[in-house]
Ligand binder design. Structure first.
Ligand code: GGG
Length: 326
């Protein structure tokens, strides 16, 4: 069966790492149909809207979407694209790779981030010349849904440690509801877990990442803690992610558009290629996903490496090395 894949590079280095991932997928010869979609800062500048309706529809109707990076228009691009694919969970594995100079090589954590609510729900208002507000949305249903997903993910992937991140001692009603929903799901399913205040958790993750497996997080905490964990394993160039919904999904690196290096051809394509591997798993190509991951692992271990990992290779050099290793 042919799969139709929406390909949306977005901004900055998205336009460099997405083609790298497509090259790798094409080398697998799975007969995918790739359909390009436009979105991002440059589209807003040219057309007046960062996410044209046809790109939203493309993602909504495709079998899966590959997305590169969002820039200034992140709120107008990646958040609606996650909605287009019906995603409620953002799965972000932070894993050290052999040969990569990691601060904490023992790190193997998967952040399961609630993907629709919290302070990313977009409820902001200028009330007066002096006052701007942001409403933090937490619902029982979305909290239960991410908890169920997180506990099941941990069980299916053999993680014994599950942590629920929250700040219910301060955000008593919103994170109180989030935590209570996670507690209820754990009790109903017989799941073991620890709860952790997210500020203290940030410190413990840095000091003892080996104590953590799956971390279930409200939206903003998941975004921030996963970036923090990227710093433990060698940087943002290494973290892939999947935005999962009941029927559809979008795959993107955790990194953003990296305007400081965009256009230089030196972005690390590993996170994007590993995101494509997550897509292969999702579409039922487990063997091919494993081949891609093994190839990336081999290249990360032996080189060539891009400057973020201390090397001087280009995106094209690393992509070619992954293709050779496949
Ligand atoms: N590919 C991930 C990306 O573009 N990140 C930039 C960003 O601002 N993301 C916000 C989010 O992940 O919610």
């Amino acid at each position: 069966m042919t799969h139709r894949i929406a390909v949306i590079p977005g901004d900055g280095i998205g336009g460099e790492v997405v083609p790298a991932a497509i090259e790798v997928l094409e080398a697998l010869d799975l007969g995918f149909e790739f359909v390009d979609g436009e979105a991002g800062d440059h589209v807003r500048d040219e057309r007046g809207e960062a996410l044209p309706q046809e790109t939203y529809d493309l993602a909504a109707e495709a079998d899966a979407t590959l997305f590169g990076a969002a820039g200034e228009t992140a709120a107008d691009v990646i958040l609606p694209l996650r909605e287009a694919v019906g995603s409620f969970a953002n799965v972000r594995p932070a894993r050290a790779h052999p040969g990569v100079d990691a601060v904490k090589p023992e790190t193997d954590i998967v952040f399961v981030r609630e993907n629709t609510e919290g302070v990313y729900a977009g409820i902001e208002d200028d009330l007066t010349d002096d006052v701007t507000t942001l409403t933090r949305l937490i619902t029982e249903s979305a909290s239960r849904r991410i908890a169920e997903f997180g506990f099941e993910y941990a069980e299916e992937n053999d993680f014994s440690e599950v942590t629920v991140a929250h700040k219910a001692n301060v955000m008593r009603k919103t994170d109180g509801r989030f935590l209570a929903a996670c507690e209820a799901v754990a009790e109903e399913g017989g799941y073991a877990y620890e709860e952790a205040l997210m500020d203290a958790l940030a410190m413990h993750l840095i000091m003892h990442p080996e104590d953590y497996g799956v971390v279930i997080c409200p939206n903003l905490a998941g975004d921030m803690l996963s970036d923090l964990a990227a710093g433990l394993v060698g940087g943002l160039g290494l973290l892939p992610s999947a935005n999962v919904g009941p029927d559809n999904a979008l795959f993107e690196p955790v990194h953003g558009s990296a305007p400081d290096i965009a256009g230089e051809g030196i972005a690390n394509p590993a996170a994007m290629i590993l995101s494509a591997a997550m897509m292969l798993d999702h579409l039922g190509y487990g063997d091919e996903a494993g081949r891609v991951r093994d190839a990336v692992t081999a290249v990360l271990e032996e080189g060539p490496r891009t400057p973020d990992l201390g090397g001087d290779a280009t995106t094209a050099d690393v992509t070619q090395a992954v293709l050779n290793a496949l």
